[in-house]
Design a protein around this ligand. Structure first.
Ligand code: ZN
Length: 507
């Protein structure tokens, strides 16, 4: 633990950040001389449980007038603060579990305090105590000696035996808000005479995730930097976070539908050494912040997609995981709901689905035919793939040439093409099983070249086109290269037969 953390450890109630609901009750109990015999302090790590336990121990023997206890400066307070008061025992329950330890503890409890009016026993990580230790303590708790005060501190109160819990006064400690941490750091910076930007403090407060202890440790690391004032960018470096601008640019690309650019930016950050999961986490945070200002349904879906990816990556963190996170977010943003500015969906005609002969055991494997693959068989192939591969392959237009499965991608699916090629060996057995194919070829469909997504979100919509001719024109050949349209066609089981652009005013 850092020197600053030790130096700045609060010695009075007022110096403790947050936990007002605990401090108020304890202060009143001290003033009225009505302290309980045993307290249970539960809550996340680093939020002040042991600190308040020590302050309580200071208060029991403080030399200051009762309403000013603990003062933090008298001999008693100082010795408790420094961890060398004979009547204050701080025990790590996790590592003092032996029969010997328990017997020694029992003996020490029975002995009267040496100097202070009370003996204070602080048991850290109390849920880690052994059963025999709990049993030994239970006897003491049932008939507590006047001179003993117990404080059990734990991150997992539910693992404390009910018999112990019921004999304690239980306080639940809260995570500190970013505002509380930021203000505390601000004050500290002023005391230390350090110039630091507000943005930098905000980022530190965010990174501390509710724990003042973490905030102080991080702050101390930032103080070792030479530059003043300390900027947000400096804090990002210390925390190993990618620059906020880089994340913003990545997010902007994603939200505007420029998925290729998003993938490129993500790869650049990955190559700079940022962990895939850090990038997804920062992206989530940035999207969440935007959403607070401007809530949009598709953004929620994208955030959920990123969050799911984040959880998957907790088990298996990889570059592919990062890429899939972006693809899934893109899908959530653009798959179901075409943008307002986009041309209206083409008219769809239900496809006369050719009845698929049910595979009977008597029939041999279906003989592959040449030509475009029908939807049902394509879907069967996709369904048989693991999800990450499916996400890649589904963007292709499939064709069977004899026993060869040809996957055609529009040229702007550079990532998909590369992945599909790299994963051919994993695709082949599935294609063999579901389609009877014995080879796979990945091709780039040059005809679909013009269909790269235009996706310019910013700025006014383009002027409405001239009134369309009465006769609907035949759909452009490359219409299906637009993933949104292709997905619509998939959803409705339809094919595109006509294309009509309407000015937006007709909406
Ligand atoms: Zn004192």
């Amino acid at each position: 633990m850092g020197a600053l953390y030790r130096k700045k450890r609060p010695a009075t109630f007022d110096a403790v950040v947050g936990q007002e609901h605990v401090k108020e009750v304890l202060k009143t109990a001290i003033r009225q001389g009505r302290l309980a015999h045993a307290y249970l302090f539960s809550g996340p790590r680093g939020v002040g449980k042991t600190t308040l336990a020590r302050i309580l121990a200071m208060a029991t023997g403080c030399e200051a007038p009762v309403e000013a206890r603990p003062c933090g400066v008298c001999a008693h307070c100082r010795r408790v603060q420094e961890g060398r008061h004979p009547d204050v025992l701080e025990i790590d329950a996790a590592s003092n579990n032996s029969v010997e330890d328990v017997r020694e503890l029992k003996e020490r409890i029975l002995l009267a305090p040496v100097e202070a009016p009370k003996k204070v026993i602080i048991l850290d990580e109390a849920h880690m105590m052994s059963k025999s230790a709990f049993n030994a303590l239970l006897k003491t708790l049932e008939e507590p000696p006047e001179h003993v005060l117990f404080v059990f501190a734990t991150t997992e109160p539910e693992r404390m035996p009910a018999t112990i819990k019921s004999r304690t006064q239980h306080f639940r400690f809260r995570r500190l808000s970013e505002e509380e941490i930021k203000n505390a750091l601000q004050k500290l910076a002023e005391e230390e005479g350090v110039a630091i930007e507000e943005d930098a403090l905000a980022l530190l407060a965010q990174a501390a995730e509710g724990a003042m202890r973490d905030a102080l440790v991080l702050f101390e690391r930032v103080l070792t930097l030479e530059e003043r004032p300390i900027t947000r960018a400096a804090v990002e470096r210390v925390l190993g976070l990618p620059p906020a601008e880089a994340i913003e640019a990545l997010l902007a690309a994603l939200l505007s539908g420029a998925v290729e650019e998003a993938l490129r930016r993500a790869e650049a950050l990955y190559l700079e050494g940022y962990a895939p999961r850090t990038l997804v986490g920062e992206l989530k945070q940035a999207l969440k912040e935007r959403m607070i200002k401007e809530p949009k349904e598709t953004w929620v879906a994208a955030l959920l997609a990123l969050d799911e990816a984040d959880q998957r990556m907790a088990k298996d963190e990889s570059k592919l995981g990062l890429e899939l996170a972006l693809l899934r977010a893109h899908q959530a943003l653009f798959a179901q709901a075409p943008k307002q500015n986009a041309p209206e969906a083409p008219k769809l005609r239900p496809q006369k689905a050719p009845p698929q002969p049910a595979a009977s055991p008597a029939q041999p494997k279906p003989e592959p035919a040449s030509g475009p693959l029908d939807r049902a068989r394509w879907q069967a192939f996709l369904d048989a793939l693991p999800a990450p591969l499916r996400a890649v392959v589904r963007e292709a237009r499939p064709e069977l040439a004899g026993k060869k499965l040809i996957l055609r991608f529009a040229p702007h699916f550079r990532f998909h093409i590369e992945r599909a090629r790299a994963e051919r060996e994993r695709l082949l057995p599935v294609a063999e099983k579901t389609l009877g194919a014995n080879a796979i070829e990945v091709q780039i469909d040059e005809e679909a070249k013009d269909a790269a997504p235009e996706e310019a979100e910013e700025g006014p919509p383009p002027p409405p086109p001239d009134p369309p001719p009465v006769q609907a024109p035949t759909p452009p050949k490359n219409l299906l290269a637009d993933p949104r349209i292709r997905r619509l066609a998939e959803i409705f089981g339809a094919e595109v037969v006509a294309w009509e652009e309407k000015p937006l005013s007709e909406k």
